[in-house]
Design a protein. Structure first.
Length: 158
């Protein structure tokens, strides 16, 4: 499946509704070259009443449903669209990341279509997955660390 159209649409909606959210998790790692897969797009955002209204507007634009499934590790808001199984998870905290401000400073901007998406750095993704300690995260740690090492090597050579 080509995720580009989904990422372009989500980036456009985040920009249109002025919702600052930073892509994290496996999707962010894959965008940066890690050979990993995922079925959802995970975002860190600031949980405020205004941002919850923006999430609801994005949900309407996607013709989707906003849910609050129980999730023990974070305060999760899930946008789900059954038509094509689109799943966007918005979290106000993630393990190993002290603040959204720091994550934003280290994030990279990637253009998708006519909009730009903030993508958490691979180093922050690794730090978060290590802190979470979930078996599925630890199982791919060697892949993420090898990708980061390769990117750092390329940066020093270039």
């Amino acid at each position: 499946m080509n995720a580009y159209p989904y990422l372009a649409r989500v980036a456009e909606l985040l920009q249109r509704h002025s919702l600052e959210a930073i892509l994290v998790g496996n999707a962010a790692a894959a965008i940066q070259g890690a050979p990993v897969t995922t079925v959802d797009l995970d975002f860190l955002f600031r949980k405020t009443p205004a941002n919850i209204r923006k999430l609801k507007a994005i949900t309407r634009d996607l013709d989707a449903v906003l849910m609050r499934p129980f999730y023990p590790a974070s305060d999760l808001f899930r946008i789900q669209r059954d038509l094509d199984q689109l799943q966007l998870d918005f979290m106000s905290t993630i393990d190993g990341v002290a603040s959204i401000e720091g994550l934003r400073r280290r994030a990279i901007q990637i253009r998708f279509g006519d909009a730009t998406l903030l993508v958490g750095s691979l180093a922050d993704i690794i730090k978060s997955k290590k802190a979470a300690g979930r078996p599925q995260d630890l199982a791919i740690m060697h892949v993420l660390e090898a990708t980061l090492a390769e990117k750092e090597k390329e940066n020093h050579q270039g």
